[in-house]
Design a protein around this ligand. Structure first.
Ligand code: SF4
Ligand code: SF4
Length: 369
């Protein structure tokens, strides 16, 4: 079977599309090419996600500043790495992958894999998300400059994720993105000092989409919600990567029987409030993805005022499940159903916790409510 590999284009992502400003050249060019997306996207643009949060003024005054300066921190990290000159080359062998993985963990990663980069790992062009850190590169072609990617996972705390879609989930997502940037910036600085060109990806700068990269790096399999499902952390991870010219031993995709489990489970699909998750599997560049409606998911984010996260919370792997039993079940539907039943008995179909965490509790002072 011939598998034609197509480079993804960051301009087609929801985050890039909603940033397009009406009547600009970029806007006109994009929707001349994709007129069917215009009405859908126009209804979603120019709104900040958290504007939709149903919370009091007292809540917003106290807790919105928790993340207000995140882009400034991200920008300073990117600027520091960009401004750091390459050191004198220290020659290392491909087995130095072991040291690099340990370094990434030392800097904060929970799990790490390495991918040899091919042209189709890279986006075709930037989509404008880097405006947040002062890079106006919309439409700039991405030239593959690196040979390897060090891909890593940062877990999000279960106590926050189990409050999804409340504000705690948004806080934890933003927290994880900053941890990704700290880890990536430090790793890129280290590699540059060893004489290897390197750049880190963050929520404000991507040269590659993350899910295909993490799949190839063996960090997990792709679940029904199109997230990487990590064998131990489930969906409650965010992904980072450092692209580098250091040649390192590569990892391979893993298989812990997720595909068979998803077929019996579908909890993310059933709990999704916007019905954005669809069961149909389809191969994309040789990797298994599922049908997904991005604009209805994003519309839900605008309605909830957070990044929702109900699908992340719903996944049995997020809550913890006996991995050995999942693997051993293979295609034994009875065994898989039994495992799922045990999970539901323990955690329910949606382990949502209403009680707010201390970090966003109001009422402790005279202005609270
Ligand atoms: S984030 Fe929410 S709306 Fe979007 S797919 Fe997940 S559950 Fe559905
Ligand atoms: S919730 Fe169930 S169907 Fe969805 S990704 Fe997790 S295991 Fe798969």
């Amino acid at each position: 079977m011939i598998c034609l590999k197509v480079r993804y284009d960051e301009r087609n992502t929801m985050f890039s599309r909603v940033r397009l400003k009406p009547n600009t050249e970029h806007y006109k060019t994009y929707y001349n090419d994709k007129p069917d997306l215009k009405a859908v996207d126009d209804a979603l643009r120019l709104k900040a996600i958290r504007d939709g949060l149903r919370a009091s003024d007292a809540f917003k005054a106290r807790f919105f500043p928790l993340t207000n300066q995140n882009n400034a921190v991200l920008k300073s990290l990117h600027d520091t790495v960009d401004a750091t000159p390459l050191g004198k080359r220290v020659n290392v062998g491909r087995a130095f992958a072991t040291n690099i993985k340990a370094t990434a963990k030392h800097y904060g990663a929970a799990d790490v894999g390495i991918v040899k980069l091919k042209a189709d790992h890279y986006y075709q062009a930037h989509g404008g998300v880097s405006e947040a850190i002062g890079k106006n590169n919309y439409g700039a072609p991405i030239v593959p400059r690196y040979t390897h990617a060090i891909v890593y996972a940062i877990p999000m705390a279960l106590s926050y994720i189990n409050r999804s879609p409340h504000y705690e989930s948004m806080l934890e997502t933003e927290n994880a993105y900053l941890k990704i940037a700290f880890t990536g910036a430090r790793l890129a600085l280290y590699l540059k000092q060893l004489g290897y060109k390197s750049v880190f990806q963050s929520e404000a700068y991507y040269e590659t989409p993350m899910v295909p990269l993490a799949y190839d790096a063996g960090l997990g399999q792709i679940g029904m919600a199109n997230h990487i499902v990590h064998p131990h952390f489930g969906n409650r991870i965010r992904l980072g990567a450092v692209l580098t010219t250091m040649s390192l031993e590569e990892d391979q995709p893993i298989d812990f029987n997720l595909e068979a489990f998803c077929k019996r489970c579908a909890l993310c699909l059933m709990n999704c409030p916007s019905h954005s998750i669809k069961p149909g599997k389809r191969m994309r560049n040789g990797r298994p993805f599922y049908r997904f409606i991005d604009h209805t998911c994003y519309a839900m984010w605008l309605r909830s005022g957070t990044d929702c996260g109900t699908c992340i919370q719903s996944c049995p792997f997020t809550q913890g499940i006996n991995l050995k039993k999942v693997k051993d079940a293979k295609d034994n539907t009875q065994a898989l159903d039994q495992l799922l039943e045990e999970h539901i008995q323990k955690h329910s179909r949606r382990p949502f916790v209403k009680e707010p965490l201390d970090i966003v509790k109001l009422g402790g002072d005279k202005d609270g409510n």
